[in-house]
Design a protein around this ligand. Sequence first.
Ligand code: HEC
Ligand code: HEC
Length: 405
Amino acid sequence: MKKVNVILERTHNNSIMNKFATYYILMLSVLFFFTACKKDDDKPQAPDTFNPTPYIIEIPYAFPSNMNIPDDNPMTVEGVKLGRYLFYDGRMSGRTHPDSLMSCATCHLQENSFECGVNHPVYIGGFTHGICGKPTPHVMLPLINLVWNSSGYLWNGFISSENPLPQYRNIEDLVWMGIVAEHEMFSDTNTAKQTIQNIPGYPELFKKAFGSDVVTVKNMSRAIAQFIRTLITSDSKFDKYMKGEVQLSQSELNGFVLFTTEEGADCFHCHGGYGNPLFTTHLFYNNGKDSLFTGEFEDPRDRYHVTYDPMDLGAYKATTLRNIIYTAPYMHDGRFATLDEVLEFYNEDLVWSPYINPLMHHIADGGTLLTPNELSDLKAFIMSLTDTAFINNPDFAKPDKFPDE
Ligand code: HEC
Ligand code: HEC
């Protein structure tokens, strides 16, 4: 794979440019001199304290350079820092009693690639549960490499730039939704912002990040979204292999070939791979799990209920396979408990329906029909997408102290 991101550094050795620059600097100094003299010395101007530092995302090897960073929420060091506090602060739920706290991080845990994992207290009977015990309609999604997702969030892509309603368009919007959703924090935005406003230390952080110490839901959302956009995983064994730093085992290499060939396991059309290091297309497909989608089998949260295109019945986001080992159970409804069960399904349990995506090329055979050895190679390859540096990265962990501590 070719390295796509080359940083060009140019030295300005053009003498006309140099002369122009000197002239320009001179003019600026003169201008500054005059404006400085004009100032009323008796009334010192308030220093402009709003001067956030840009947060530069280093694009990992072979990753795309186009990112989902809205114009009205540029990445700043101060914004990311504030966002990390809020993401982990249980008082975001608007409650101050320690027993009833819930933060984004209650469900989105770093150790599980920002899903909750099956051994967590909020995970009961296959689903995560909100603060008052209501289950989330689907299982979780990991918060990884989302800065490269411009095609819609949630299993059905309901949150997207195409949504006619402006409050449902980007990661920012999942913050207020998380605060009010009955199956998440079940609070209200006024209580949440008031609670944060009253915690010593926070107003100052808002001022540094956004220029005002008045806490608003908009700025809470901006900060958390900035933090989420920093959650980048790009240091798996497979990444190191692509950079030529390590070799994959024979089994992992065999699995890679199976993954990326149509006659093999044929996973790459929807889950990326060679040429798509995100390991997702971020698009929506019906991958052949069921045959009935109406009546009692209707899911009001599949892709169809976003687009109303019948071909989207039973379609969901083809999630990234990076760090997939941490994010059981699998599929939007968590029907498979282990990765082995998922591979078994693709191998021999595909179900035909008029809505199955045409990219499920092996449907006529009921599956990919790999041998047990091939299946274990495929699994070994998928496991090579595991990034332990990511789940241990201290920058993403719970801060040692909150602003008032
Ligand atoms: C009760 C557990 C829970 C809590 C608390 C929670 N989430 Fe989630 N989150 C989920 C589940 C479940 C999904 C998948 C929902 C779906 O698609 O139906 C999700 C999805 C997301 C997504 C979309 C990921 C993608 O790839 O599309 C983002 C972003 C997100 N949550 C951010 C947050 C933020 C920010 C907070 C705090 C304000 C938060 N979550 C609190 C359970 C939770
Ligand atoms: C036609 C597109 C398509 C193809 C081909 C495909 N998948 Fe998927 N995959 C999906 C979709 C869509 C989902 C989510 C479906 C759902 O949640 O109901 C998914 C889900 C998964 C999941 C679970 C993800 C999670 O977070 O729960 C795994 C693992 C997976 N696929 C692996 C594979 C492997 C391995 C192959 C090749 C054998 C493959 N997929 C081929 C579309 C596809």
